[in-house]
Design a protein around this ligand. Structure first.
Ligand code: AMP
Ligand code: MG
Length: 365
């Protein structure tokens, strides 16, 4: 009798264990299904990889999501380092250095540099020279290239102005020629252009969600891994806080401002690193920052610098004529100007809720 009872209870325990295993298995299968089917995302899509490094004279942080994100970000970092070695003005082995020391001779450029120079020249034309890729001699005179800043004499500026002018650059296929004494500086477009090439590389490798921070300039791939928008802080140029937030998907948000790099002269005046190519002096357009929202980083970068030089009125005219971007402008009397299409995606921070926001519309009021 005792033996039969033992056998019976052993059998029952086995059946219960079996049932429990089956239950556990079906629960796991269920969770996997749910992840796979409900949003199209699996846990692999959420795998985050981050790469932080210093290049192009700035701090860079790339964040990407996906199974192979880490390895793909390694290639992205390599790409940025390669571009820097082509475009650096100080690296004696770079292509731009070769052009700047060519004594008027033709130099052959790589495809990437040809594309960058050709885009910079096109934007210089479109912005009527507010973007000036030949500004380097003037920047040097102000000491912005060495950080040993000083105010140059009017004579010195006047003499150097003869070397400024994108219309004097001859680009024929991959061959470039500039006059002896002229020098290129692609600092105003290079980072945005590099960002575009990284975005392209990530997309080609199947990344559908990534955030690139190139010295505060933001470029995004798609939306966040959960499908929601990226929330980007827009910096207050006068203090270390965000004056507002912007919700975006698959866009570049690029900011320029004199506050990013400047020096104070002996008489207490501040001079910023963005030069008005018409005068050879740091731009004083009434703006303290210009943020451009565009599909391409190169457009955002070229425009952030040139719109900063233009000021509100000319920037408004340029926007009405072109419309391939949005902008958020901050003036030195602390007003904000926002183009109509981006207004709904932009919100002031609580700490800045008193600031006046003006909406730039298609029509003149
Ligand atoms: P960004 O931060 O993109 O506005 O670029 C500013 C950098 O572009 C400066 O540090 C200079 O190297 C260069 N730059 C300054 N003024 C101009 C200008 N008017 N056009 C083109 N590049 C400029
Ligand atoms: Mg720029």
């Amino acid at each position: 009798m005792e033996d039969d009872k033992d056998k019976e209870s052993k059998c029952m325990r086995r059946i219960i264990a079996c049932l429990l295993l089956c239950l556990l298995f079906s629960l796991t299968a269920c969770t996997r299904n749910k992840e796979g089917s409900s949003s199209g995302y699996t846990s692999e899509n959420y795998m985050e990889a981050t790469s932080k490094f210093f290049a192009m004279d700035t701090y860079i942080t790339f964040t990407a999501y996906g199974k192979d994100a880490e390895q793909i970000l390694n290639s992205a970092q390599k790409k940025v380092n390669e571009l820097e070695s082509l475009w650096s003005v100080t690296d004696t082995n770079s292509e731009i250095y070769a052009v700047n020391h060519s004594a008027g001779n033709y130099v052959t450029l790589s495809q990437e540099t040809t594309d960058l120079v050709s885009f910079a020249l096109e934007m210089a034309d479109k912005t009527s020279g507010a973007l000036e890729p030949t500004i380097y001699p003037i920047l040097t005179a102000w000491g912005f290239t060495t950080d040993k800043n000083h105010v140059p004499s009017e004579d010195e500026i006047a003499k150097l102005m003869q070397y400024i002018g994108h219309d004097k650059v001859i680009l024929s296929g991959s061959q470039i020629q500039i006059e002896d004494g002229m020098q290129l500086d692609l600092g105003a477009v290079g980072k945005g252009y590099a960002g575009d090439l990284v975005v392209e590389l990530l997309k080609e490798n199947g990344i559908t969600s990534a955030l690139l921070d190139i010295g505060g300039n933001i470029q995004t791939v798609g939306a966040k891994p959960d499908g929601s928008s990226w929330r980007i802080g827009i910096k207050d140029p006068l203090e270390d806080s965000n004056m507002g937030m912007l919700d975006i998907v698959d866009k570049a948000v690029i900011t320029s401002g004199g506050y990013e790099r400047y020096f104070t002269s002996e008489d207490g005046k501040k001079y910023g690193h963005i030069i008005d190519p018409l005068t050879g002096y740091p731009a004083e357009s009434g703006l303290i920052s210009a943020t451009i929202i565009a599909s391409e980083g190169k457009v955002g970068d070229a425009l952030s610098t040139s719109i900063y030089v233009m000021g509100v009125e000319k920037a408004t005219e340029y926007w009405r004529d072109n419309k391939n971007f949005d902008m958020i402008l901050i003036t030195d009397d602390e007003e904000i100007y926002v183009t109509e299409d981006i207004e709904k995606q932009f919100a002031l921070s609580n700490s800045h809720s008193e600031m006046k926001v003006n909406v730039i519309t298609d029509e003149e009021n």
